[in-house]
Design a binder for this molecule. Sequence first.
Ligand code: F0G
Length: 458
Amino acid sequence: MKLPYAEPFRIKMVEEIHQSTRAERENWLKNADYNLFNLKSSQVFIDLLTDSGTGAMSDQQWGALMTGDESYAGSRSFEKLHETVRNISGYKYLLPTHQGRAAENVLFSVLVKDGDVIPGNSHFDTTKGHIEIRKAHAIDCTIDEAFDINDTHLFKGNIDLKKLEEVYNTYPKEKIPFCLITITCNSSGGQPVSLENMKAVKELSDRYRIPIYFDSARFAENAYFIKMREKGQENRTIKEIAKEAFSYGVGMTMSSKKDGLVNIGGFIALNDAEIFKKASNFTIIFEGFITYGGMAGRDMAALAVGLNEATEFEYLESRISQVEYLGNKLIEYGIPVQKPIGGHAVFIDSLGFLPNISREEFPAQTLANEIYKEAGIRTVEIGTLLADRDPETRENRYPKLELVRLAIPRRTYTNNHMDYIAAAIKNVYDRRNEITKGYKIVWESEILRHFTVQLKEA
Ligand code: F0G
């Protein structure tokens, strides 16, 4: 018999979590203005809001914390992190930041100007926010297959070369500071980008002399998918694949809260000395001196270990197989999910799940709230609330998909938790026809409204 995968770790410390009653949850949700971001974590049984900064560190990482060098400048922990990032990415220069969006803020302060366009594959919301706040535009060039949840294309994060070339032909070169490849593509469902596609994007961009940067929050998960799915890659290590991927770009931003396996942190890594110098100034203004950028020395020490652990095949196999396990359970129950299952999360199609809720009443938010009321599971809306309003017309932007994301923290929950989650969602699915009312907005902020929006029942 072929042996199944098993976690390449055992558990040394546990954290208690508590179940609540439906009446308690209904009350808490109302007091939270029907926005799951406003709940206290003590009001949540299983927290799938995000896989960002919510994972468990290893004993090696906790050990590394004690070796942290807290020198303001030139600490040993920075040296260690620099060496690790150089080995994994091949990029020369490193600027730590306190998290991924801070890396975007620093790098885009150098590269993005009013009126620019930045093509890419479904930019993440903070990335888009940092582009739009500079009066520039993010242009989504993801392949069309990504927006059909039943299309089983193996690399639904890929960039459509025709769409990209159209951008390159439409705008003058000076208006396109770079092309951004997000690996894996969070917004299209944690879907990977193939090496073949990255190479083709580089060849095309070279012809137009546009550089490529990576948003690499989940670069190791992307490399795992390449190893498992791309022809000719099966015998290479994750680190070899990741390094080849990064060789197609000139730099990266990183949210270390994902594939860095730490609870906070980020960085920029790049090759260009001039851009590094300019970005250094912004790092000093926004983040801190260039050898810590908002991170404690001990956090950089733990991150250096985490990056190596996250690029081990056995770790990635158990991580991604657990997400797939949950996805397959939901498929078995007939629940419409994005296929193939993504790397860090399962995405439920709320338009298929709740056809009685109109898009003006936020079907994905409605489903997320129903799942919370059912079983104390907190998920997140990836739909119209997140898509926000058009910065010019102020009209709601209706994205192609209305998704609920079940993001799985790394090394945190067991497959019994996955069974519990699947059963809870099946219960909601069984009574989906009784759910006929969604939500209306009471108050929203100018930008990134989903974090703080206040809702009422429609
Ligand atoms: N890029 C991607 C692809 C991300 O998924 C995130 C964060 C960021 C950049 C920003 O990084 O949070 O460290 O500032 N994603 C989290 C999520 C918040 O829930 O998907 P950050």
